[in-house]
Ligand binder design. Structure first.
Ligand SMILES: [Zn+2]
Length: 165
């Protein structure tokens, strides 16, 4: 899926965490949480040549390419997520969960794609949530619809929450 779709999903994931922790809207932590969400969402695509994340994190993407790590394998796996979990555990709790849930939203969304995700990497088994005829192609109208829905959620959820506080 496209980077902007993953960023939108990461943003919604981070907002849910911030609401769960009753974080004030205008605070340093909330701003950091939202930014982490937008970046952690597309982060797994550092394994995809030419992606924004591969360009931004060039040394890391170069290492992945040298190691011949294929797209939607290692960085999209549960094992890698466990490693991320261990690496980011020292973050303040709300920011840690913003990062983890936004990162996890990535393989979840990719599961809607026809190509599937190797969730149990290094086992070469591809998982996908939808049958081929319903699968969401990258850049398709269906993906655009999902992105719009996520964008609407990213506005409606916090507005509703803070109006009812
Ligand atoms: Zn991906």
């Amino acid at each position: 899926m496209l980077q902007k779709t993953h960023s939108a999903a990461g943003l919604v994931a981070a907002e849910c965490v911030l609401m769960y922790y009753h974080m004030p809207v205008f605070s340093w932590e909330s701003a950091a949480g939202l930014m982490i969400g937008c970046i952690a969402g597309p982060l797994a695509d550092v394994d995809k040549k030419g992606s924004t994340m591969a360009k931004v994190l060039f040394p890391l993407s170069a290492v992945l390419r040298v190691l011949k790590v294929k797209h939607r394998t290692m960085t999209h796996s549960l094992l890698f997520m466990a490693a991320m979990f261990a690496l980011s555990i020292s973050l303040p709790e709300p920011l840690f969960w913003c990062f983890m849930l936004a990162y996890a939203s990535h393989p979840l969304i990719d599961l809607l794609n026809e190509q599937g995700v190797e969730l149990l990497w290094p086992l070469p088994i591809k998982f996908r949530l939808l049958p081929k005829f319903l699968a969401v192609d990258t850049g398709s109208e269906m993906e655009t619809a999902i992105r719009y829905l996520l964008s609407i959620l990213s506005v409606v959820l916090p507005v509703r929450y803070y109006l009812h506080m």
